[in-house]
Structures are given as structure tokens and as C-alpha cells.
Ligand binder design. Structure first.
Ligand SMILES: [Zn+2]
Length: 162
């Protein structure tokens, strides 16, 4: 397959280069994502990074790759997404095939936003939650997802890690 680059945001390595970094970290990436997944992931990056303002001192997003969580080491099983710090100031984000079992764009996007919040905090502490809340607010605002008291359909995320 010809190597390619996702566009938008801070993503600047090619897909192949991102996979090579993931592999060096013990992850088995999907080296040839389908055309459908490429388009879906490009859409996620575009929607989530369009209004993205980096927090001071946070890592840069170096690339995004696709993986099958059920084929990975224990820590990655049952994950929708996985952010990994690979340099002093750089992270790569993986998205699992399992994420796409649910066909809701907003679900894909909110998982990706969760992973981008890890660019500033690698844990799930209070600072992480603050960062995520801000990203989510901006995303919902700019994408006109209305939280108007009605119930937003929510996929069942019980038992899944991010
Ligand atoms: Zn997380």
C-alpha cells in the first residue's frame, strides 16, 4: 500500500511511520486500513482538531493509527483508543477496530477527544478531567451537538477502557 498522511491538527507523521513507532512499543497496528476506516479516521481528526487549542506544555500529536484491541497485549485489550507518549513531547494515538462496532460519529469523536486529553495528562486524574471537559465543551459547541435536556443516545461503554 502507498503510505499516506492524515491531515489536520498537529498530525504530521505518515501512517506508516506512526505504525513503525507503535510496533517499536510492542503494539500490532493494522498496516493497511480499509478505505472506509481511512475516511472515518480522517473525519474524526478533522472534526476533533479543527477547533483544538493545545494546552501549554502538552505533547504534540505525532500520528494516528488503527489496531485490533483483541490482538494486543493485556493493557490494550478492550480498549477503544490508546494514547502513548513516545518522545519527550510527542504522542501517538491508536483507535481500535472495536470503536467502529458502534456506528455513531459522536461516539468515535468523544473517544478521540478523550485520547487527545492525554496529550496533557497521561493519567485519569482531576487535571485530565478538567482538560477533557474543556475539549468536550468546545467540540459540542462547535459541532452543534445539543445537550438540550433530551437524552443523547449513548453506546454501552461498560467494561471498556480508554
Ligand atoms: Zn484514558
Amino acid at each position: 500500500m502507498k503510505d499516506f498522511k492524515f491531515k489536520g491538527g498537529q498530525v504530521f507523521l505518515t501512517y506508516g511511520e506512526t505504525c513503525a513507532i507503535a510496533e517499536a512499543c510492542g503494539i500490532i497496528p493494522i498496516e493497511e486500513p480499509s478505505e472506509i476506516r481511512r475516511k472515518q479516521i480522517q473525519g474524526i481528526i478533522t472534526r476533533c482538531m479543527m477547533h483544538y487549542v493545545p494546552a501549554s506544555g502538552e505533547s504534540k500529536l505525532l500520528g494516528v493509527y488503527l489496531y485490533k484491541d483483541w490482538e494486543q497485549m493485556e493493557a490494550l485489550r478492550n480498549t477503544y483508543g490508546y494514547a502513548l507518549e513516545v518522545t519527550d513531547d510527542g504522542c501517538i494515538i491508536g483507535l481500535s477496530e472495536s470503536l467502529f462496532d458502534c456506528d455513531m460519529q459522536v461516539h468515535h469523536d468523544l473517544v478521540f477527544l478523550h485520547e487527545t486529553a492525554h496529550l496533557s495528562e497521561m493519567n485519569h486524574g482531576d487535571d485530565f478531567q478538567l482538560r477533557y471537559n474543556r475539549l468536550e465543551f468546545d467540540y459540542l459547541y462547535y459541532n452543534h451537538v445539543h445537550m438540550d435536556g433530551g437524552k443523547m443516545p449513548k453506546p454501552d461503554r461498560k467494561g471498556w477502557k480508554m
